[in-house]
Design a protein around this ligand. Structure first.
Ligand code: NAP
Length: 266
């Protein structure tokens, strides 16, 4: 195990039973972080924890069950959390072929991919501030765009899963500088990134395979979560560990408008 200067700090990774999330959790555990996998399937969580412990020799790995498409579930998770939180990696996402709604009546992809990140950051912000220096990493994508602030849930447009997905990844990138400015001077940084192109349930549901391994796909998010090189960087978007111009972050008034819309779901 190669110890990072942040070894023994606590990192939560959402969607850590999936391809990229598992690899991020494993890489952080490899560096000595105490890692909490946050996902929805008990059996997958339990197996993933054991696998990471075996691969890394780090026994400080555990899981928490949450449905990240539901505000109530995220609020309960935040309320029952014990101890500090130094790193939050928002990574869980889904892209069902047909338009589905959560039991709270929200289009599932918007609820999971956008509001899931929003609620995790919002409800864990007090703890992140208390635990600071701390970091939030939003796993987004370079495949992003087409956001319609008037129809985020595809009520007036025909739903295509790739359009809802691209919109959700644009939203992740737009909300990053907003949370970064809200958390300015608190010791909490917020950045977003494209991971890599990896074969996964998600990429398959969007009609893609993937040319990179999960470990390669996890490199940039893990680096943002742990590297001293980006300790004080906030509000930025990264690809291949390089700060990259994000066209969606240039108009902060549109990003603020999106933030306010997300607030109405709280
Ligand atoms: N794969 C790529 O090529 C690629 C490219 C660009 C960006 N990304 C981004 O990378 C991230 C990870 O994607 P991936 O390819 O690793 O996907 P994945 O293998 O399908 O993993 C998705 C994870 O999210 C979890 N999840 C989905 N809905 C949830 C919910 N309601 N509550 C709790 N957990 C939930 C899944 O849990 P279950 O195991 O229970 O389903 C799984 O652990 C996503 O944000 C995606 O947008 C991926």
């Amino acid at each position: 195990m190669s110890a990072s200067p942040r070894a023994k700090e606590i990192a939560a990774v959402t969607g850590a039973t999936g391809a990229i999330g598992f690899a991020i959790a494993a890489q952080l555990a490899e560096q000595g972080f105490h890692v909490v996998l946050v996902s929805r399937n008990l059996e997958k969580c339990s197996q993933s924890v054991e696998k990471i412990k075996n691969i890394t020799g780090n026994n400080n790995v555990r899981f928490e069950i949450a449905d990240l498409s539901k505000q109530t579930s995220i609020q309960s998770l935040a309320a029952s959390w014990t101890g500090p939180l130094h790193v939050l990696v928002n990574n869980a996402a889904i892209s069902p072929p047909k338009r589905l709604e959560t039991t709270e009546g929200i289009e599932l992809q918007f609820a999971t991919n956008v509001l899931g990140y929003f609620w995790m950051t919002k409800f864990f912000s007090p703890l992140l501030i208390e635990s600071s220096p701390a970091r939030v990493v939003n796993v987004s994508s370079y495949w992003a765009g087409g956001l319609d602030a008037k129809d985020l849930e595809f009520k007036n447009r025909i739903y295509h899963n790739h359009e809802s997905y691209r919109q959700s990844k644009q939203a992740n990138r737009m909300l990053t500088p907003i949370f970064s400015s809200i958390l300015e001077h608190s010791g909490v940084t917020v950045n977003s990134c494209h991971p890599g192109d990896v074969n996964s349930s998600l990429s398959n549901s969007l009609g893609f395979g993937g040319s990179q391994s999960p470990a390669e796909g996890a490199e940039t998010p893990t680096w943002l979560a742990s590297s001293e090189a980006v300790r004080d960087v906030t509000g930025k978007y990264f690809e291949r560990k390089e700060e990259t111009v994000c066209p969606f972050s240039s108009d902060l008034s549109k990003a603020r408008q999106l933030y306010e819309i997300c607030q109405t779901y709280t």
